[in-house]
Design a protein around this ligand. Structure first.
Ligand code: BTN
Length: 264
C-alpha cells in the first residue's frame, strides 16, 4: 500500500517529532541517514522515513530485513541535554512509546523483551536500534531507529526468521494504514521523551515493566559466546536488566539477547 505523504506532512506540521519529515522511497539505512543529518546539525525531532532499506541495520551487527512498501523504517534525531550514561533510558522510552502505540490496536497482546524487542504472540514485530554521538560526557545527538513489521507477509520474511518474527497484518488478518501508525508512534515518542526530560526514568520504568513479562522469571542473556542465566528482578536506572544469579547474587546486564527460560 502506497504511503500518503500528504496526510503525513499535514499531520506532522509543527509537531515536536516528525517535523521536518524526510521521506526516501529507498535508502541504505534510515539510521545512517539520520546520523549524517545529525552531524550536519539537523534539529531535534527530525524524522527520517524510508519505504525500503537496502542495508537495514539491527542490533548486534545483524541485518534488519526491509522489504518495500509494507513496513515502517524510521529514525528520529534527539538532542537531550543530559549525560551520555542515560542514553539507554532514551532507547527504553522509545520501546515503551512503540509498544504503547501497538497495544492500542492489539490490547494486552504486546510484550517488551529486554532490552527493546517488541513481541506479539511471542514473535518479534518491532526492533529498536539507538546510536549516539557524544560530546565529552554529554550527548551531541541520539538517533533512535525503529523498524515495525506492519504489512509483511509470511513469505516475505527470510526463512531463518519466519518462525520467530511476525507482522501486525499477519496477526490481525488485515492490512494496516502505516500513516496512522507513524503519527501515533511519533506522538508517543514525544510524550515519553518529554516525561524522561522533565521527571526522569521512573514512569518509563514502570510502564516498561507493565508491558514486559520478564520480571520474576528465569531468563538467559546471550552476548556473543557468553550466556548468563538468572531470575530477572528489575530494570536498573542505567537501562540494565537486573538478574539474581546463583553464583554472584544480583548483577546488572547491560547488553545482550534475553530469552525467558520458564514460567514460575
Ligand atoms: C533490532 O535488531 O531489533 C533493531 C532493529 C532496528 C531496525 C530499524 S529500521 C529503521 C532503522 N534503520 C536501521 O537501519 N535500523 C533501524
Amino acid at each position: 500500500m502506497d504511503l500518503d505523504l500528504n496526510i503525513l506532512r499535514q499531520d506532522l506540521a509543527g509537531k515536536f517529532i516528525g517535523h521536518p519529515f524526510h521521506y526516501y522511497p529507498e535508502i541504505g539505512s534510515t539510521n545512517d541517514e539520520a546520523f549524517r543529518l545529525g552531524l550536519q546539525g539537523a534539529a531535534e525531532g527530525t524524522a527520517i522515513f524510508a519505504d525500503s532499506q537496502n542495508t537495514g541495520k539491527g542490533r548486534m551487527q545483524r541485518v534488519w530485513h526491509s522489504p518495500a512498501g509494507v513496513n515502517i523504517y524510521t529514525s528520529v534525531i534527539l538532542r537531550p541535554s543530559f549525560d551520555a550514561a542515560r542514553a539507554p533510558q532514551i532507547s527504553l522510552a522509545a520501546g515503551v512509546a512503540a509498544a504503547e502505540m501497538m497495544d492500542f490496536y492489539f490490547p494486552n497482546q504486546i510484550h517488551l523483551k529486554w532490552p527493546n524487542d517488541i513481541l506479539i504472540g511471542g514473535k518479534k514485530v518491532c526492533g529498536i536500534l539507538t546510536q549516539m554521538k557524544t560530546s565529552g560526557s554529554g550527548i551531541d545527538f541520539v538517533v533512535v531507529g525503529i523498524g515495525i513489521n506492519v504489512n509483511s507477509r509470511y513469505d516475505q520474511f527470510p526463512e531463518d526468521i519466519r518462525d520467530i518474527a511476525t507482522s501486525l497484518s499477519i496477526v490481525s488478518g488485515r492490512t494496516m494504514a502505516r500513516e496512522e501508525l507513524i503519527i501515533h508512534l511519533y506522538e508517543n515518542m514525544a510524550k515519553w521523551y518529554r516525561e524522561l526530560a522533565k521527571s526522569g526514568f521512573g514512569a518509563i520504568r514502570e510502564k516498561w515493566l507493565s508491558l514486559s513479562p520478564m520480571i520474576g522469571h528465569r531468563v538467559s542473556v546471550g552476548f556473543g559466546v557468553e550466556t548468563i542465566s538468572g531470575k530477572a528482578v528489575g530494570l536498573g536506572e542505567d537501562g540494565s536488566l537486573m538478574l539474581c544469579t546463583a553464583e554472584n547474587g544480583i548483577i546488572k546486564v547491560l547488553a545482550g539477547d534475553a530469552t525467558i527460560l520458564k514460567r514460575g
